[in-house]
Design a protein around this ligand. Structure first.
Ligand code: EZ4
Ligand code: CO
Length: 402
């Protein structure tokens, strides 16, 4: 069997997605997600110009060899654009292998380690009062775990708190919109949010919170300490984690568990964090960390060091990524949680998929391969629209970290 074609499809059914579809001479096809929020066309060009031409004529069965070829052969290693492109190829090759074998990909990865994939949803609202019904709605739909974010009194907007209750979309304008941030206001407010949520819903529901890399290490340590009474499942991205020493400092001060990694692209971005047990959950994803093959490598390293998975799964990761993630989640021993947010109906129509939500769990289904595809005719009806993630400034105008 040989690869004869690679199509890169850019579509915007509500938001932008980049998808690679590989076609073989025997007619078997595979799909991979290549979406990098706000930088979509860079990955599309990387694939079209530099990757697809060298795939033509290759044996699609050689997944690991193709990964090594694209990673080492490029000379320029790592980075989100490169690793999202490699991820798309790797994911599509796993899809093809599953279809050829007549097995769902989780079977090829060793079979299921659990009955279903526990997911967490997002409860967002402007105020504490308004977020309580959102948490209730999730619990009512069967979620065992809920991420809670609210607006901060005194700040006009807060990242991660959308205006649309049903669908989440932080990339909102071609030229980035700008938000104002105050660590003081934020640190004073968050413990009140979780005090109210625990009081209302008791100890059983798993609660999570995303800091979006906004704090210094000592501020993050203080936040973790102040949230200890509310027993969070995790505090996410408390600091920009490329300075890995930061996590040690936070760790020395608080028992609130830490989850990082949605912006990491390779095992080398988190190797030390995992090996030195500076985090509790590693949130790397199929699409941004080199595909199923490389994500599995990261999670295997994590398993050796008592770190569990907690893959990113916001709506800018397409249903192709979600399907692939679920096969990995089902097959690894050290699964923790999977983020899950509903895509729009238009997105679900462009990406028909076998996975389904039931009672707080996602199930990948048992179709051969990944159980997801792209309807290219429908995709063509939704042309690309430039959209960027917002930029964040302090109250005095200084550009601040994510
Ligand atoms: O900022 O998906 O955990 N989820 C998140 C998301 C990310 C966006 C970036 O594209 O942090 O809101
Ligand atoms: Co996050």
């Amino acid at each position: 069997m040989r690869i004869v074609e690679g199509r890169v499809v850019v579509t915007c059914p509500g938001r932008n997605f980049v998808t690679l579809k590989l076609v073989t001479d025997e007619g078997v096809t595979g799909v991979g997600d290549a979406t990098l929020n706000g930088r979509e066309l860079a990955v599309a060009a990387y694939l079209t110009e530099h990757v697809v031409p060298v795939l033509i004529g290759r044996d699609p069965a050689r997944i690991e060899d193709t990964w090594q070829y694209l990673y080492k052969g490029a000379y320029w290693r790592r980075g989100p654009v490169t690793m999202s492109a490699i991820a798309a190829v790797d994911t599509a090759l796993w899809d093809i292998k599953g279809k050829v074998a007549g097995l769902p990909v989780y079977q090829l990865l060793g079979g299921r380690c659990r009955d279903g994939v526990t997911v967490y949803g997002h409860a967002n609202a402007a105020t504490v009062e308004e977020v309580l019904p959102e948490v209730a709605r999730h619990i009512g739909s069967g979620y065992q775990a809920v991420r809670v974010q609210t607006g901060v009194p005194g700040l006009a907007t807060t990242y991660g708190v959308g205006t649309d209750r049903r669908f989440y979309e932080p990339a909102d304008a071609a030229v980035p919109s700008e938000a104002v941030w105050s660590t003081e206001k934020y640190l004073a407010h968050v413990p009140r949010v979780f005090a109210a949520v625990r009081k209302e819903f008791g100890p059983d529901v798993k609660l999570l919170h995303d800091v979006h890399h906004r704090l210094t290490p000592i501020e993050a340590a203080r936040l973790g300490k102040s949230l200890e009474p509310y027993a969070l499942t995790w505090m996410e991205d408390p600091v920009p984690a490329e300075l890995q020493e930061s996590l040690r400092l936070i760790r020395q001060h608080t028992t609130t568990p830490i989850a990082v990694g949605e912006v990491f692209n390779t095992i080398w971005d988190c190797e030390r964090l995992i090996r030195e047990q500076l985090i509790d959950y590693i949130r790397t994803t199929v699409v941004h960390a080199g595909g199923i093959s490389h994500l599995r490598r990261i999670f295997d390293l994590a398993a050796l060091h008592h770190v569990r998975s907690g893959s990113h799964g916001a709506t800018d990761l397409s249903p192709v990524c979600m399907a692939a993630a679920l096969h990995v989640d089902l097959a690894i021993p050290n699964f923790g949680l999977q983020e899950y947010m509903r895509h729009t109906d238009a997105t679900d129509a462009v990406f028909p998929h076998a996975y389904r939500f039931a009672d707080g769990y996602l199930h990948p289904g048992d179709e051969p391969g990944l159980g997801v595809d792209i309807d290219e005719d429908l995709a063509a009806r939704y042309p690309y629209r430039p959209a960027s993630l917002p930029v964040n400034r302090l109250e005095d105008g200084t550009v601040h970290s994510w």
